[in-house]
Design a binder for this molecule. Sequence first.
Ligand SMILES: [Zn+2]
Length: 298
Amino acid sequence: MRNAIGVDIGGGSIRASLFAESGKELDSTLSPTPEHLDNESFLKILKETICPLTKDAMGIGVGSPGPLDNERGIMIASANMQGLKNLPIKDELKKEFSLPVWYENDANCAALGEAYFGFYKDTKSQLIITLGTGVGGGFVDRGILYSGYLGNGIEIGHTTSVIGGALCGCGVHGCVESYFSTRGFLGRYAEKANKDLDNAETFFQLVKEKDPIATEILSFGTLALAHAIRNAVHLLNPEVVVFVGGITKSYDLFGKNLESEIRSTIFPVLNDMLKIGVGGSLSGALGAASLVFSKEKL
Ligand SMILES: [Zn+2]
């Protein structure tokens, strides 16, 4: 039996699914997670959510937002659940179910899922960029996730695009995320138009209506993102750059400019081989389960 459990710990819920090695979902469970949970009550819900799926599984993969320590398998803190601190996810699940357990941040899991089951699954080396509330990234080379020392690598959203630029959520000025993400678009729009927008859809609707401020913000943001990706391509030399996440729904509004700026600024020798495109919308649980399939390969 080569089935794996993927667990996606998100804002407000835990989703666990059992997958066949083909990526087919065989069974799943979902539990809401109230905001005010402490470690003990959270772990109880986590175990209860996973338990019904364990009979036919060869391992458990877990993904959650960071910061985390993937080696010790600890969620250091959670932005959505303030009561959680140094949560020993890996040890607790291993003890409870006697199965191997892997734990990575959700952007890395999404990258791995995309590399194993997405449109570009037949390429050898993938840089996956998540465009949503923020900007995340993951790098998968020959089926193996590069997650850095302790699992916090490829934080492409927090690489600098504009020295001394707009203030980012991380506390530093000029991150690419301050220029190209839902948070960035809304923040820049509020600054320049003195008006708060509700969400990314409203922002992109303004772009479609040729609102000059929204258009300018998107066009500068696209340049900022393109150069962050240029840097990453020169550092990592991926075969393909794959964009995933909510903002890719509006790819027709910026994709052409983004690709042409990347292509016109990277080394020609890389350009000849590099593929750039939009990925699928795979579930976070499938990404987490890919941790098991990937580790089985080693
Ligand atoms: Zn930042």
